[in-house]
Design a protein around this ligand. Structure first.
Ligand code: URP
Ligand code: ZN
Length: 432
C-alpha cells in the first residue's frame, strides 16, 4: 500500500468483506488495512457483505435443491449487506479512516451510511446505475440466461422501491456519488454456473448507460436538479478522490473532458444497439430521456452522432495524491483534538505496592503463560477443570472456576467480609 501510494499515485484501497476464501478479509485484517490507509492519507473502499454467513446460506439454499440464479439472491439477503456496512463503518471509525462504501444496493445498507454521516463520520456511499435503475425481480425470470445476466454482488434487491429510495438519498446528500461497478460477462461466461448459482461470475454493465439512467430516474422525476446531477455523477467523486478541479469541473486549467447533454433526446436501451462488448444489457427496454450527444475527452471528440471515435492507447493513467483536503482536512483537526482529549483523561496515581497473585482470568494471548501455571496452584482434589488456555490465549470457557460443591479455586486465599452500607435499592443490616 505504501509503494502504491508513494510511487504509483494510488490513493484508495478496496477491501472485500465477501467472497469468502478468495478476497474476503477478516475484521482484524480490515482494521490493519484501514489503519495503514489512514496513515498514508488514503480512502478505504469496501465491498460490504457478510461473506461467512453467505457461505452458510449458499449451502442451505443449494441443499434445498436450488441451483439457478435465484439462489444467488436467496443466499445474500440485504441484512447481510447492512450488517457488513455497519461493521465496516465501525472499523473505519475505530481506525479513524475515511470510508467509501461501493455499490450500495439496498435500503438498509444505505441507512447505515446515513446514520454514520449523521454522526459526523467521514463516510461516503455510492449507489450504482444498477441499483438506481434495475431490481432483483429478474433473478426469478424463467430464462436462465436472463436471470444469470443480473447476477452481481451485492445483488439487485427484489424490493422495487429501492431504486427511488436510493435516488432520494442521493438528492438529500446522504449518498454522495454514483458508480457502475461495470463488470460484464457474456452468457457463455455466466454459464460457468449453469448448474450451480455459486459459480456464476458476478457483475453487470453500467458505464455506457449510467448518466441516462440517473437523469431519467433522478432529474426527470424531480428528485435531482441539474446541478445535483453533475455533483453525484462527477464532481463529488472528483473531490473525494482528490482529482478536483482537474476533473469534475469545467474551467481554465481543468481537463477538457466534457459532454454536451440533450435533455430532450430519447432512446430505448438495448444490447442490440449498445457499444459494449457484451451480449446483454440489464437496462434492456428502459426508455431514457436525456442523453449525451457529444463526448469530448481531453479536448478531442470521442463520441458524436451515435458513433464512437476513439483510438486505443490514448487514455492516460491518472495519478491521485493522498491527504486530499475534501476528506482529510477535518480528520486532521479531529486527530489533534482527540490526542488532547486522551491526554486530559490520564490519571496520576500512586503506584500499587501490594502483593500480586496469578489469577485464572486470561483475556489475551500475553497471559497464556500464567494460565497453566495458576492451574497448578489451585487446591488439589476439589475437582476443578484444568483445561489449558485456548489457542488465542483466552480462558477456556469450559474451564469453570467453580465446583459443584460450591468451592472456588482460590478458597485458600484470605477473604474479607464486606458490609455494604448503601447498596442499590436501600440500606440493609445483613451481609451481602
Ligand atoms: N460487483 C460484482 O458483482 N462484480 C464486480 C466485483 C465486485 O466488486 O464484487
Ligand atoms: Zn465489489
Amino acid at each position: 500500500m505504501e509503494t502504491l501510494t508513494k510511487e504509483k499515485g494510488v490513493n484508495s484501497f478496496k477491501v472485500f468483506m465477501a467472497y469468502n476464501g478468495v478476497f474476503m478479509l477478516h475484521d482484524s485484517e480490515i482494521y490493519q488495512v484501514f489503519t495503514k490507509c489512514r496513515e498514508l492519507g488514503g480512502i478505504a473502499m469496501v465491498h460490504a457483505e457478510n461473506g461467512e454467513i453467505i457461505t452458510e446460506l449458499e449451502k442451505e439454499v443449494a441443499k434445498l435443491g436450488i441451483t439457478g440464479p435465484e439462489g444467488h439472491l436467496l443466499s445474500r439477503p440485504e441484512e447481510l449487506e447492512a450488517e457488513a456496512t455497519n461493521r465496516a463503518i465501525t472499523i473505519a471509525e475505530q481506525s479513524r479512516c475515511p470510508l467509501y462504501v461501493v455499490h450500495v444496493m439496498s435500503k438498509s445498507a444505505a441507512v447505515k451510511v446515513c446514520e454514520a454521516r449523521r454522526r459526523g463520520l467521514v463516510v461516503f456511499g455510492e449507489p450504482i446505475a444498477a441499483s438506481l435503475g434495475a431490481d432483483g425481480s429478474h433473478y426469478f425470470n424463467k430464462c436462465w440466461r436472463h436471470a444469470a445476466a443480473h447476477v452481481m454482488s451485492p445483488p439487485l434487491r427484489p424490493d422495487t422501491t429501492t431504486t427511488s429510495y436510493l435516488m432520494d438519498l442521493l438528492a438529500n446528500g446522504s449518498l454522495s456519488a454514483t458508480g457502475t461497478d461495470h463488470c460484464t460477462f457474456n452468457a457463455n461466461q455466466k454459464a460457468l454456473g449453469k448448474d450451480d448459482f455459486r459459480k456464476i461470475p458476478n457483475g453487470v454493465n453500467g458505464v455506457e448507460d449510467r448518466l441516462s439512467v440517473i437523469w431519467t430516474k433522478g432529474v426527470n422525476t424531480g428528485k435531482l436538479d441539474e446541478n445535483q446531477f453533475v455533483a453525484v455523477t462527477s464532481s463529488n467523486a472528483a473531490k473525494i478522490f482528490n482529482i478536483y478541479p482537474k476533473k469534475g469541473h469545467i474551467g481554465i486549467g481543468s481537463d477538457g473532458d466534457i459532454i454536451l447533454w440533450d435533455s430532450q433526446a430519447i432512446k430505448t436501451i438495448s444490447a442490440t444497439t449498445h457499444h459494449q462488448a457484451c451480449d446483454f444489457n440489464i437496462f434492456e427496454g428502459l426508455q431514457c430521456q436525456g442523453l449525451p450527444v457529444v463526448t469530448i475527452v481531453n479536448g478531442k471528440i470521442a463520441f458524436e452522432n451515435g458513433q464512437l471515435n476513439v483510438t486505443q492507447g490514448t487514455g492516460k493513467y491518472l495519478e491521485t495524491q493522498p491527504h486530499g483536503e475534501y476528506v482529510y482536512q477535518k480528520l486532521k483537526k479531529r486527530d489533534e483534538l482527540r490526542e488532547e482529549l486522551i491526554k486530559q483523561q490520564k490519571i496520576e496515581r500512586e503506584p500499587y505496592t501490594g502483593e500480586v497473585f496469578n489469577v485464572s482470568t486470561t483475556s489475551n494471548g500475553n497471559d497464556s503463560k500464567t494460565s497453566p501455571k495458576q492451574s497448578t496452584e489451585q487446591p488439589a482434589g476439589i475437582g476443578f477443570h484444568n483445561r489449558p488456555p485456548t489457542k488465542a490465549g483466552s480462558r477456556n470457557l469450559f474451564d469453570s472456576s467453580f465446583s459443584l460443591s460450591g468451592d472456588q479455586w482460590d478458597d485458600n486465599q484470605p477473604r474479607t467480609q464486606t458490609r455494604v452500607r448503601q447498596p442499590p435499592g436501600g440500606q440493609t443490616k445483613g451481609l451481602w
